[in-house]
Design a protein around this ligand. Structure first.
Ligand SMILES: Cc1cc2nc3c(=O)[nH]c(=O)nc-3n(C[C@H](O)[C@H](O)[C@H](O)COP(=O)(O)OP(=O)(O)OC[C@H]3O[C@@H](n4cnc5c(N)ncnc54)[C@H](O)[C@@H]3O)c2cc1C
Ligand SMILES: O=C(O)[C@@H]1CCCCN1
Length: 391
C-alpha cells in the first residue's frame, strides 16, 4: 500500500464548524493553540443546527447551572460583538407563559428570584395591557425576563469564524472526516487529507454518533427535524421587534407536549417565527425525507388560540435539526477512554446562546485545564445504562 501523506501536527483539531466548534476553535486560537477546524460542507451551509437568522438568548432556566453559565455567556457575546465590530444581540425581553401552579413554572420563578434576574411578574389583569394581541391560556401565569432577546445566528457564526482565522486558525471546509485514529497524537482522515492533533474536539451536531463510532463510543442521542415556521401578521408590525414585541415561550401547552416558542417579526418583515420545541426523528443526511407535519398541526391550534393577529397557516417553513439527549442537558466531557478527545454534543435545541461559554469550556478540556464551570450535569457517565461503549 502506498504510504499516505500525513500533514503537519496541530495542537488541536476541531471537527464541525457549527456554533460550538467555531467558538471552541476561536478560544483555542486565542490561547495560542495551533488549531484546525474541519467542516464537511462548504461554508456557509444550512444542513446542520446553527444556520438561520435568529436564536433566543435568555437566562430564564429552571436549573442554576444554566443560569450561571448564561451570566458569563452574555458577557462573552458582548465581548464578541466588540471584537467583531458587529451587532449580534438585540434585547427584546422574553415572555414566559406556563401553568401557574405547575412545578416547572414555579421552579422557574424561584430560580429567577434566587439569581436576582431582572424579571417582571405579570398579573392576569394587567397581561393584555403589557402584551397586546396575545391570549393567555386559562390557568397560565406570565413573567418577562427583561434582558432576554435575539441573537443574530448566521451573523454570529460568520463573525466567530472570521475572528478564529484572524488569530491564525485554519478552516478547511468541504472536507468530511471519514476516520479518527485515537492515540497520544490523534490522526484524523478526511476525504482529501490526513491531519494529526495533540487533542481532538468533536462538535459534529447531528453527526456526533457517526463520528464517535470511530472511537468505539455511542451516546443516547436522538436527531429530530424541526419545521421552522414563520406566520404572516394580519396587520404588518403587530408582533414586530420595532413594536417591542418580546420573544416568548409557552411551557408545555398540554400534558405530554413540548414548549412552543416564538420570536418577534424581524428577519422576514411581516412574518413571525413560531416553532414547536420537538420534531420527528431523522437521519441527519436524510433530513428532507422526513415530512411529518404533526408539529405544524399543534402550532396551527396554538396560533389560532393564542396569537389572533397571525394568519394560522405557516407562510414559510424552513428546516433545522436538534440533537436531543434523554434529559435534554448537553454533553460536555472528555471521551471515557481517550482523555485527549473532547466531546460537545446533544445541545437539545437550546445550545446556541451558550456558544461562547461552551467554546471556552471545551477549549479548557482540550488544553488539559480544569474547566471554569462545574461540568457534572454534562458528563457522559450519567447515561451509564445508555452509553454503549464497544471498547
Ligand atoms: C430550529 C432551531 C431553533 C433553535 N432555537 C434556539 C434558540 O432559540 N436558542 C438557543 O440557544 N438555541 C437554539 N437552537 C439550538 C442551537 O441552534 C443548537 O444547539 C446549536 O446550533 C448546535 O450547534 P452545533 O455546533 O453543536 O451543531 P451544528 O451546527 O450542527 O454543527 C455541527 C457541524 O459539524 C459538521 N460535521 C458533522 N460531521 C462532520 C464530518 N464527518 N466532517 C466534518 N464536519 C462534520 C456539520 O456539517 C456541522 O456543520 C435551535 C436549533 C434549531 C434547529
Ligand atoms: O433555546 C431557546 O431559548 C429556544 C426557545 C425555547 C425552546 C428551545 N429554543
Amino acid at each position: 500500500m502506498a504510504a499516505q501523506y500525513v500533514g503537519s501536527l496541530y495542537d488541536c483539531i476541531v471537527i464541525g464548524a457549527g456554533i460550538q466548534g467555531s467558538c471552541t476553535a476561536y478560544q483555542l486560537a486565542k490561547n495560542k493553540q495551533k488549531t484546525l477546524l474541519l467542516e464537511q460542507f462548504v461554508l456557509p451551509h444550512s444542513r446542520g443546527s446553527s444556520h438561520g437568522q435568529t436564536r433566543v438568548i435568555r437566562k430564564t432556566y429552571e436549573e442554576d447551572f444554566y443560569v450561571q453559565m448564561m451570566h458569563e455567556s452574555y458577557e462573552l457575546w458582548a465581548q464578541l460583538e466588540r471584537e467583531a465590530g458587529v451587532e449580534l444581540y438585540r434585547r427584546t425581553g422574553l415572555l414566559v407563559m406556563g401553568p401557574e401552579n405547575g412545578e416547572g413554572f414555579s421552579r422557574l420563578k424561584a430560580t429567577m428570584q434566587r439569581h436576582k434576574i431582572p424579571t417582571v411578574f405579570l398579573e392576569k389583569q394587567e397581561f393584555s395591557q403589557h402584551i397586546p394581541n396575545v391570549n393567555l391560556a386559562d390557568g397560565n401565569g406570565a413573567l418577562i425576563d427583561t434582558f432576554a432577546g435575539v441573537l443574530y445566528a448566521d451573523r454570529a457564526l460568520r463573525a466567530v469564524q472570521r475572528l478564529f482565522q484572524s488569530c491564525g486558525g485554519v478552516i478547511k471546509d468541504g472536507e468530511k472526516v471519514i476516520d479518527i485514529r485515537p492515540g497520544a497524537e490523534v490522526t484524523v482522515t478526511t476525504d482529501s487529507g490526513v491531519y494529526r492533533g495533540r487533542s481532538l474536539v468533536i462538535t459534529a451536531g447531528p453527526w456526533a454518533n457517526t463520528l464517535l463510532r470511530h472511537t468505539g463510543l455511542q451516546l443516547p442521542l436522538k436527531v429530530v427535524k424541526i419545521n421552522v415556521c414563520y406566520w404572516k401578521e394580519e396587520i404588518p408590525g403587530t408582533y414586530s421587534v420595532g413594536q417591542s414585541f418580546p420573544c416568548f415561550i409557552e411551557m408545555e401547552p398540554k400534558e405530554g407536549e413540548y414548549d412552543i416558542y416564538g420570536l418577534p417579526s424581524n428577519e422576514y418583515p411581516g412574518l413571525m417565527k413560531v416553532c414547536y420545541h420537538m420534531g420527528s426523528e431523522t437521519e441527519p443526511d436524510e433530513r428532507d425525507k422526513q415530512t411529518d407535519r404533526g408539529d405544524i398541526d399543534i402550532l396551527v391550534r396554538f396560533v389560532t388560540r393564542c396569537l389572533p393577529g397571525l394568519v394560522p397557516v405557516p407562510a414559510v417553513v424552513e428546516s433545522c435539526m436538534y440533537t436531543v439527549t434523554p434529559d435534554h442537558n448537553f454533553v460536555l466531557d472528555s471521551h471515557p477512554t481517550y482523555g485527549n478527545i473532547i466531546i460537545g454534543a446533544g445541545f437539545s435545541g437550546h445550545g446556541f446562546k451558550f456558544g461562547p461559554i461552551i467554546g471556552k469550556l471545551l477549549s479548557q478540556l482540550a488544553m488539559g485545564q480544569v474547566p471554569s464551570h462545574d461540568l457534572s450535569p454534562f458528563r457522559i457517565q450519567r447515561f451509564q445504562s445508555h452509553a454503549r461503549s464497544s471498547l
